[in-house]
Design a binder for this molecule. Structure first.
Ligand code: FAD
Ligand code: NAD
Length: 472
């Protein structure tokens, strides 16, 4: 009869929205002994986003960077309910979440509302398009697994279409011009991976076309990768120059058409540039459910996301914790931040459980002590009560503290850049050694041995046989 909720009415219920970096890190660390835990997410898996651009060009196969959420929850002390559904509304006053199964196959029951004692709000963000005409209709994105798969199909379609008999030189040039919008890490990594695919594989399989493939990276700001040091920005730009990737800074995409993009050039003139494919990596914005939730809570006016206090509690609500890309904090919206916040919340719930059980024991002893049968029992109760009170006082829930482990990005041609905090200073490094460090860092960050094995195997297979150029 489907999942029964909650499992134990004597325990508090934690509802977790999302199965991304923040939620998965929480689920890994949480002790479920004292809680009913329910996870609601439209994806029944965790996606390792840092390696998504590698999937887009076929270096890795999609399943290698997915981990089913049930693989994480199955080892927990008490059963965790994992529900594949989209949450549509949170009522912060009644403390309920309404969700529905929006997938292709739906049963007779496909929408319901449940109550929570604690809500971990970790729904991430969606792609920011700034309402620019044509982006939603004509561009590809690079945020979800299906985006990487769609990109791969469309890219190969452009290449095959360019090879169709009788295609004019202008049309070939258009079809083989790839425009990446956004000089943040997503746009940079995708351009680098695309270059590798071109150089390592397409040059062999499409020798007549590969020389004509062009990659342009368009960035509205004066520089790409503003979060990296100047030295590493310069290194990236010079590597891209060698790789024949055109970097157009201070250039803004104003419209995306089916066969072209309209660019506002640095001198403010508009230019229509023909292209076969546009990939939009223009940043993040809040999801609709987040915008709606904020509108229900007085004071939640920050347009960048949910405002939380230093314990990650959503300001103005009772029982809601918000983590990751859906929040607006002083930290960048990164996996590193979201996963540290998830791990922190797991510790917070352990402390809350400890305090709750001590408080229950204290109230039990307080009623028991005066009615004790004899002096000996009364003394023993009083002693235990004293110790329990002292322990309860010691249960402190410390504020969240973020520890930055550094920034890493792959820039193609087996080169990566790294800004690493070290001995109160910073190490900026780029090159092949950094690339090997990048690979080992990402491999060790993958959540399971299974995924590490799959990714390492894919790297080895790509080295041996090259990337697949079939279009599925
Ligand atoms: P997410 O990981 O996006 O998870 C959100 C979850 O919520 C998903 O499971 C989603 O399915 C679910 N969800 C969505 N809507 C609903 C709903 N209505 N109801 C319930 N659940 C919902 N960061 C780094 O630190 N290092 C990197 O190298 C790096 N590389 C990246 C590469 C790419 C291509 C991208 C796109 C991002 C990268 N990031 C990187 C950023 C990082 O992925 C995000 O900061 C991180 O995913 C944020 O975690 P999160 O848990 O907040 O959101
Ligand atoms: P971003 O916000 O970092 O960059 C988006 C870029 O697009 C901005 O520089 C913006 O100026 C540009 N842009 C927006 N609209 C434009 C337009 N119309 N024309 C031209 N340029 C336009 O977005 P992202 O790269 O997707 O990254 C999102 C978050 O994920 C960031 O916090 C980032 O640090 C993180 N991330 C980290 C890594 C890594 O550490 N390797 C990789 C990917 C993403």
């Amino acid at each position: 009869p489907g999942t029964q909720l909650p499992f134990d009415s004597t325990k508090k219920t934690i509802v977790v929205l999302g199965s991304g970096w923040g939620a998965t890190s929480l689920l890994k660390g949480i002790d479920t002994t004292e809680y009913n835990v329910v996870v609601i997410s439209p994806k029944n898996y965790f996606l390792f986003t840092p390696l998504l651009p590698s999937v887009a060009v076929g270096t890795l196969s999609p399943r290698s960077i997915l981990q089913p959420t049930r693989y994480v929850t199955r080892h927990k002390t008490r059963e965790v309910a994992v529900i594949e559904a989209d949450a549509h509304a949170v009522d912060p006053v009644k403390k309920t979440v309404t969700f529905s199964d929006d997938s292709e196959i739906r049963g007779l029951s496909s929408s319901t509302t449940i109550s929570y004692d604690y809500l971990v709000y970790a729904v991430g963000a969606e792609v920011q398009t700034f309402g620019i005409p044509g982006v939603q209709e004509h561009a590809c994105f690079m945020k979800e697994l299906e985006h990487a798969e769609k990109f791969q199909r469309r890219f190969m379609d452009c290449v095959e279409t360019a090879g169709f008999p009788g295609q004019s030189p202008e049309e070939v040039e258009r079809l083989l011009h790839m425009v990446v919008v956004g000089g943040g890490p997503t746009g940079i990594e995708l351009s680098g991976e695309l270059h590798d695919w071109l150089k390592d594989d397409l040059a062999h399989w499409y020798p007549e076309l590969s020389d004509r493939i062009r990659i342009s990276l368009v960035e509205a700001l004066p520089s790409v990768l503003p979060m990296f040091s100047k030295q590493l920005i310069d290194y990236t730009v010079s590597t891209f120059k060698e790789s024949k990737i055109d970097v157009l800074t201070q250039t803004m995409v104003k419209e995306v058409k089916p066969n072209s993009v309209i660019l506002q050039m640095p001198d403010k003139s508009l230019k229509e540039v023909p292209c076969g494919l546009v990939v939009w990596a223009g940043g993040n914005k809040g999801r609709k459910i987040t915008v709606d939730l904020k509108a229900k809570v007085p004071g939640q006016t920050n347009p960048r996301g949910i405002t939380v206090d230093d314990h990650l509690r959503m300001v103005g609500t009772d029982g809601i914790f918000a983590i990751g890309d859906c929040t607006s904090t002083s930290y960048a919206p990164t996996a590193q931040v979201a996963s540290q916040q998830g791990a922190y919340l797991a510790r917070v719930f352990a402390q809350i459980a400890k305090k709750t059980s001590l408080e229950a024991r204290i109230s039990e002893l307080e009623t028991k002590t005066p009615a004790a049968a004899n002096e000996e029992e009364r003394k023993a109760n009083a002693k235990e009560l004293d110790a329990a009170k002292k322990s309860a006082e010691l249960v402190a829930i410390r504020p969240f503290h973020y520890s930055h482990q550094g920034s890493l990005a792959y820039i193609g041609s087996e080169k990566a850049i790294a800004d690493l905090p070290f001995m109160n200073g910073n190490i900026a490094s780029g090159g092949v050694a950094t690339f090997l460090f990048w690979r080992s860092a990402y491999l060790s960050n993958l959540f399971s041995l299974r995924n590490r094995t799959l990714v390492a195997n894919d790297w080895w297979l790509t080295q041996l046989f090259g990337r697949d150029v079939s279009r599925n």
